[in-house]
Design a protein around this ligand. Sequence first.
Ligand code: FA5
Length: 336
Amino acid sequence: MPSSMKARLDALTAEVLARIQAAETAAALELIEQTDLARKGELLGLMRGIKDLPPEDRAAFGQSVNQAKTSLEAAVAEAKQAFTTAAVVAATSDACFDPTEPGGSLPGGHLHPVTQVRREIEQIFMSLGFSVVDGPEMETEEFNFDLLNIPAHHPARDLQDTMWLEGGRVMRTHTSPVQLRAMREAGGKVPVRVIAPGRVFRNEQPDATHEHTFHQIEGLMLDEGVSVADLKGVLRLVLSRIFGGSVEVRLRPHYFPFVEPGFELDMRRTGSDGEWLEILGCGMVHPEVLRAGGLDPDVVSGFAFGMGLDRLTMMRFGIEDVRWMMSGDPRFLTQF
Ligand code: FA5
């Protein structure tokens, strides 16, 4: 083997080994692997000169290069291991380190305030014998308006700005269409005692008290001989439970096409001279609506209501702006 090639191999091996021993970080070692020990590095480049050697020397030279490569790779691996060990020793040599200590806790999520209040209200109504039902958010014009005694071209349609979809469908503007679905589901039988919580949609410019997407809870109680006294009694009981303590309620006449008579219900805490707060719309189910639901208004009567769940939640927690509800902002949500 020509001594010049062997001498270059030995010198190169010594140089690379010195670099490995001088490396101060694991990253520096990786760089050596990617350059000096790479296929295109000078060390393996020596292999290309093998063809200039006499045939009898070629095998021995190839072996020497391979050995040099293997021993340098082992040196890199050993140096890397030393860095890892040093890092672990550094991390654990702290007198306070306790390997048995449980890991730090991850921040936990929780239910949205609207969901918390919805679930509470569901529990209260279930304890009174109501069941919780559901209806579609995309409704037909028939269920959202017609069957609720709001005929086409009637000005009452303008009371709720509607998001219209193709094919005469709408995003439901209120949960009242579920009244009809529940009556039909019951197949003309009473009693019917249901609540239907859910999202509703209106084509509104949001402000502090109005959102385009918000939540209502519809309620419907039908039987023989249900009166306005039942309506007032049930809602007063439920609101007292929601707000913890006795509340007063008052009914103000209000027009909704699907009830007769219709009311807005206001509440305030018993004994307080505070302001009356408008909470929900309600009334005795209109005879036309009972008929549309397959019931005989001469036999069956009942009340319905639609409460604004976001506004109830705002009152419950003292939230000033309804737009926070849909914001998804953790600065808001983590307060509840
Ligand atoms: C209705 O939607 C009727 N369907 C309620 C009803 C049901 C009456 C059954 C009679 C019998 P109204 O549009 O007033 O009514 O809405 C009911 C409640 O939803 C309001 O009292 C209010 O609390 C809430 N609400 C209405 N519009 C918005 C809005 N843009 N953003 C947030 N809450 C709203």
